[in-house]
Design a binder for this molecule. Structure first.
Ligand code: TRP
Ligand code: SF4
Length: 405
């Protein structure tokens, strides 16, 4: 039985297999995953169903990218011993939970998610007026809730999806978290805490109900966490009782906004496949060098002798990611006085990117030579993930009146 205490510790995130990973993924997502895996129980998965919602006309793209993407994760340092890695479509429980949640999700909630209209406008060449695409964020909610994940590392564009997940969870708990004998069970559970704690808990519950005091909820949660002699079920009931929502079956997740600054692409915009300004994690040294050498610079520097301004140059943005303060000072001075040329200026960036990619590529090649090992990592991750998913789904089915025969 997973409890609310586990929930806090569990981190879940997914990535769509729609193309080669690039430095933007490495700096913006993977480095963060790698840090999180040290202190949390992490699950990371390939969101192949999510990829199908927009790429259903090119299924081969998805098929080709799944294993390569996982290899890039591993090469970047995701640790398969401490972290569960899997492919979404290998855990069909996500789909069943998606279906069940669809019963209680108002259409308007989905139509109002900003990415629904935005993506339809942005991807004009695709027909996204589909049932599957409307359901995209709800499928994501199922991904998250089936593991009762507490924290979901995502970029800004995904925060609305986590917010929807919280609303769906709240509605679910409100509808299905009320057992016929809820108050009796609460009463029994409270008693198990001993007289002093029981009185304190009742007081906090009252304080929240009568004064809406958020502090009372947090204190109450701390009190519950510290109880040794109540079961996971009781703890969930009491958490629910505290907020007056019935039993919390699907706990609300938190979005964990990735703090990394936006990784600049070759043209100074955010690095992204759709801007064609990326350096992929598998790029050959020759192409890395070529791509950086041909990057645009401050347009004022037409001739080598024209001074420039780093603030107007995309190369300067890369120096901010890769160079220390000595090199940065050298750039600022050299650019403004025309003391250095743009190719001189680009040299340290080229060296840094090559040095960063070299060990990554070496590890990726090793994994690519041993696909069986990669598949084994995925199959173990899938098995572990399914075990958690099945437990949640059993609970969900039972409170929704579905037979377990
Ligand atoms: N929609 C996410 C993206 O495009 C990918 C994703 C699918 C995801 N399911 C998820 C992320 C669950 C976090 C949690 O980036
Ligand atoms: Fe950009 Fe460097 Fe050239 Fe200045 S010297 S314009 S910062 S590349």
């Amino acid at each position: 039985m997973s409890t609310t205490a586990d929930q806090k510790q569990r981190v879940l995130s997914g990535m769509r297999p729609t193309g080669l990973l690039h430095l933007g993924h490495f700096h913006g997502v993977l480095k963060n995953w790698i840090k999180l895996q040290e202190s949390y129980d992490c699950l990371f998965f390939v969101a192949d169903w999510h990829a199908l919602t927009t790429h259903y006309e090119e299924p081969q793209v998805i098929g080709e990218n799944v294993l390569d993407m996982v290899i890039d994760w591993l090469a970047a340092g995701v640790d398969p011993d401490s972290t569960k890695l899997f492919v979404q479509s290998r855990v069909p429980e996500h789909a069943e939970l998606h279906l069940l949640l669809s019963m209680i999700t108002p259409l308007g909630w989905l139509e109002r998610v900003p990415s629904y209209k935005d993506q339809q406008d942005r991807l004009k060449d695709k027909d996204l007026a589909t049932y599957g695409f409307l359901g995209y964020p709800l499928l994501q909610s199922a991904d998250i809730l089936i593991y009762k994940a507490g924290q979901v590392p995502v970029g800004e564009d995904q925060v609305a999806h986590v917010e929807l997940t919280r609303e769906v969870a709240r509605r679910f708990n409100h509808l299905f978290g009320r057992e016929a004998d809820f108050e009796d069970k609460i009463d029994q559970a409270i008693r198990k805490m001993g007289k002093r704690n029981a009185n304190q808990f009742r007081g906090l519950r009252r304080r929240y109900r009568e004064q809406g005091d958020q502090l009372a909820i947090r204190e109450g949660q701390r009190l519950l966490q510290a109880q040794q002699n109540i079961s996971g079920d009781d703890r969930e009931r009491l958490m629910g009782a505290l907020e007056g929502v019935g039993r919390v079956i699907l706990p609300e997740p938190q979005a964990l906004l990735t703090k990394a600054p936006k990784m600049p692409g070759l043209d100074g915009q955010k690095m992204s496949k759709s801007y064609h300004n990326t350096i992929s994690l598998r790029e050959s040294p020759k192409t890395v060098e070529h791509k950086i050498r041909t990057m645009p610079t401050d347009p004022a520097r037409v001739r080598r002798t024209d001074p420039g301004e780093p603030a107007k140059c995309p190369v300067w943005q890369l120096h901010q990611v890769y160079s220390d303060s000595t090199v940065q000072a050298w750039v600022e001075e050299g650019c403004r006085t025309a003391g250095i040329g743009c190719l001189d200026c680009k040299r340290p960036v080229i060296e840094s990117v090559l040095a960063e990619l070299e060990p990554l590529k070496a590890r990726a090649e090793e994994y690519a030579r041993d696909m069986d090992a990669v598949k084994e990592i995925l199959s173990q991750g899938t098995e572990a993930a399914r075990e958690i998913a099945q437990t949640t789904l059993d609970e969900v089915r039972s409170v929704m009146g579905l037979s377990s025969l």
